[in-house]
Design a protein around this ligand. Structure first.
Ligand code: SAM
Length: 209
């Protein structure tokens, strides 16, 4: 299963340079995801260094430095050559988040940041969750946009500006919990950068025994 439109969006020659540069130029904004990933891994990952940690989609490697604090050499996977071209690490793989080239339960931790809110259908969301749960033997951290946040509400009622053709989707935590449950996982925790306000949030999950 693929979201073709999504891949096109990230496949422009300039995508990598934009993402590695102006997109997260604001230091405060750039720090939110790494901080949440660090705090969740510190809480749920076992003793470090972990053997195998996957960052999918890794984009231009924004989380690479954070993941290096938990494993010697994080693996990054992304569909876009342009994004991977701006990623400094050696362990980069081009591929699909929906068909990950790893055996079942072979990764000690998996991070999936800023992909879920681009998915348009429940089918795609469940497929992604199912694939992450298949390969993970430890905590799986996935970001999502929280529909119950103040920013999501402002966006819904038109008070918050959105770009043309912006189709990013916020979901409710109860729905997310249900999809995780039906794909064989369980929720360990939800984490927000600013609870109740910001849309960007993380869920930590694991495969049920
Ligand atoms: C918003 S960026 C996030 C990148 C990175 N996780 C971060 O937070 O900086 C979304 C990324 O998803 C990648 N992507 C989109 N569809 C994908 C797919 N089906 N499989 C793997 N990567 C995909 C894009 O190439 C892009 O790099």
């Amino acid at each position: 299963m693929e979201s073709t439109r999504l891949q096109d969006r990230w496949n422009r020659d300039t995508s990598g340079a934009h993402y590695a540069g102006p997109r997260f130029a604001n230091a405060r904004r750039a720090g939110h995801d790494p901080k949440m990933v660090h705090s969740l891994l510190a809480q749920f990952a076992g003793p470090t260094p972990l053997n195998a940690v996957l960052d999918v989609p890794c984009g231009t490697g924004r989380l690479h430095g954070t993941l290096c604090q938990f494993t010697r050499s994080p693996i990054g996977l992304d569909a876009s050559p342009s994004m991977l071209g701006s990623h400094a690490s050696e362990r980069r793989i081009q591929g699909s988040a929906f068909a990950l080239p790893f055996p079942d339960q072979s990764l000690d931790a998996v991070v999936c940041c800023r992909l879920f809110h681009h998915l348009q259908t429940v089918e795609e969301r469940r497929a992604l969750i199912g694939e992450l749960l298949r390969i993970g033997s430890g905590p799986i951290l996935m970001s999502f946009w929280d529909a119950s946040s103040w920013h999501a509400w402002r966006r819904r009622v038109g008070l918050r500006k959105t770009r043309n053709q912006d189709r990013r989707v916020a979901v409710h935590k109860n729905d997310l919990r249900q999809w995780i449950d039906s794909e064989g996982g369980r929720v360990l925790a939800f984490r927000h950068s600013l609870r109740g306000v910001s849309q960007q949030a993380f869920v930590a999950m694991e495969r049920r025994p």
